[in-house]
Design a protein. Structure first.
Length: 256
C-alpha cells in the first residue's frame, strides 16, 4: 500500500457527507443483488469514511456492519451521526489500515468497499480481502474505470498522473473472473453521485479554504489538483467513472 496521504488531504474531506462519489440509491441497487441470499449478515465495509455506505448496509441488511477506516476523525463523524440511532446500532467502527485488517479468515458474509480499493490496487484488493469471506460470500466494490476504449488524451494524461493503474471496465471484469469471483452485476454510478453527492460539497470546501488564505505550496498543490479533477469530470464524464461490481466468491481463482 502507498504511504499515507498528506494530512491536509484528510482535513480537506473532514465534515463532508461523502469522501468520494456514491449515493444511497447505488448502494441499495448493489445490495439488492445479494440481499435475498442473506439473513442478518456479517458485513465488512472497508474504507468506510464517515459511514455513508455503512448506514445504508445496516438499514438494508438488518445485519452487523464492521466499518473500517484509517482516519480516526472520519470514524468519529460516523459515531456522532449514526451510532445509537436506528441502523447505527448495528455498526461497529474500527480504525485500521486496509492492508492489515485485524480479522480472522472466513469472518464475513459480505465484503464491501466504495471508492477505496484503488488504494490497494484493484486486483490486489480482490485477492487479499477474499480470505475474509465465508465460502460463497459476496464482494461489492466501486472502482474507477474507463467506459470507452479510446479515452480523450487530456483525460488519459490526468489519470496517468493521478491513478496510473486505471483500466477499462472490460479489463476489470476479466480480473474479477481471474481472481475466482462470479460477476452478478456491474453498473456505472450515475453522474448525480459525482456532481451533487460529492463535487458540490467538495467545491464549496475548496472555495472556503482558499478564502482563508495562508496556504503552503503543498496545500495549494492539493487544492489545484482537486479543482483539476473536477474540471476533468465536467469535460469527460462520458469517458470514465466509478463502476459498482457485485460478485460472488466461487473458490476457483485462476492460476497465472
Amino acid at each position: 500500500m502507498d504511504p499515507l496521504p498528506d494530512p491536509f488531504l484528510f482535513a480537506l474531506f473532514e465534515g463532508l457527507p461523502r469522501k468520494g462519489p456514491g449515493s444511497a440509491a447505488s448502494t441499495e441497487r448493489a445490495y439488492r443483488c445479494i440481499g435475498d441470499h442473506l439473513h442478518r449478515p456479517q458485513i465488512l465495509d472497508i474504507g468506510c469514511g464517515a459511514g455513508a455506505s455503512a448506514r445504508e448496509l445496516a438499514r438494508l441488511s438488518r445485519g452487523e456492519v464492521v466499518a473500517v477506516d484509517i482516519h480516526l476523525p472520519f470514524l468519529q463523524e460516523m459515531r456522532d451521526g449514526a451510532i445509537g440511532k436506528g441502523p447505527g446500532r448495528q455498526i461497529t467502527p474500527i480504525q485500521a489500515t486496509m492492508d492489515r485488517l485485524p480479522f480472522r479468515e472466513g469472518t464475513f458474509d459480505v465484503v464491501w468497499s466504495e471508492g477505496a480499493i484503488s488504494v490497494m490496487g484493484f486486483p490486489q484488493g480482490l485477492r487479499s480481502w477474499r480470505p475474509l469471506l465465508r465460502d460463497g460470500g459476496f464482494f461489492a466494490v466501486t472502482e474507477l474505470a474507463w467506459l470507452v476504449d479510446d479515452p480523450p488524451g487530456e483525460a488519459r494524461g490526468f489519470f496517468a498522473e493521478g491513478y496510473p493503474a486505471m483500466v477499462t471496465d472490460a479489463a476489470n471484469r476479466r480480473m474479477i473472473q481471474k481472481e475466482g469471483y462470479r460477476l452478478l452485476e456491474a453498473f456505472p454510478l450515475p453522474e448525480s453521485a459525482w456532481r451533487e453527492e460529492y463535487y458540490a460539497p467538495l467545491g464549496e470546501r475548496v472555495r472556503e479554504i482558499r478564502s482563508r488564505g495562508g496556504l503552503s505550496p503543498g496545500q495549494e498543490e492539493i487544492l489545484a489538483f482537486t479543482e483539476r479533477e473536477m474540471e476533468m469530470y465536467e469535460r469527460y464524464s462520458s469517458s470514465y467513472g466509478y463502476v459498482m461490481y457485485v460478485m460472488e466468491e466461487t473458490g476457483r481463482a485462476l492460476h497465472r
